[in-house]
Design a protein around this ligand. Structure first.
Ligand code: AR6
Length: 176
């Protein structure tokens, strides 16, 4: 197990291109596809993905479910459902942390060692990006500290602004 800092990666680009054991999808509770990163993952994986998703009968907010990756370079897709931001008083922070924890639990249950996350809930679901990246880094760090089998977690950002927020959240950890 390497130092904690070496096990967290920040990558700017398209998550559908990452050859990791599992990529996480920011899905909705139907698990039947949508826009944003969900649409991109379904397009890249091919139609077999939605066929498997249909058999899962949806997913609750804060929980996650696993499918194969089909035409993606990633072996698995872990579909999680982030909270819609409603001002912060509806348990949004706890639900978002739960998305990261449940995704990693399921990943480890399938022997995944390398996992990549998009910035869950920060697009269509409007969660403030600075808060969301802080929650993501804190939750993933706790998990990495407890679980030596998980090798690396990549935060995959679509734009440099979000990457900068992740870098800041990781730097703040080092000071803590
Ligand atoms: N790779 C990495 N990140 C991406 C990509 C990509 N290819 N495409 C977008 N992002 P969003 P949400 C970033 O809206 O807020 C869907 O319709 C994007 O810039 O995809 O959780 C679902 O079906 C943003 O930072 O997810 C749900 O209905 C982040 O991914 C709903 O959207 C998440 O943005 C979920 O909304």
């Amino acid at each position: 197990m390497g130092a904690l800092g070496d096990r967290i990666r920040i990558h700017t680009g398209d998550i559908t291109k990452l050859a990791v054991d599992a990529i996480v999808n920011a899905a909705n509770s139907s698990l039947l596809g949508g826009g944003g990163v969900d649409g991109a993952i379904h397009r890249a994986a091919g139609p077999e993905l939605v066929a498997e998703c249909r058999m899962l009968h949806g997913c609750k907010t804060g929980d996650a479910k696993l499918t194969k990756g089909y035409r993606l370079p990633a072996r698995y897709v872990i579909h999680t459902v982030g909270p819609v931001w409603q001002g912060g008083g509806k348990g949004e922070a706890e639900l978002l942390a739960s998305c990261y924890r449940r995704s990693l639990e399921i990943a480890l249950g399938h022997n995944c060692r390398t996992v990549a996350f998009p910035a869950i809930s920060t697009g269509i679901y409007r969660f403030p990006k600075d808060k969301a990246t802080g929650i993501a880094v804190d939750t993933v760090t706790d998990f990495l500290q407890q679980d030596p089998l998980l090798e690396t977690v990549t935060f995959c950002c679509f734009d440099e602004q979000v990457a900068e927020l992740y870098r800041h959240a990781v730097a703040v950890l080092g000071e803590g």
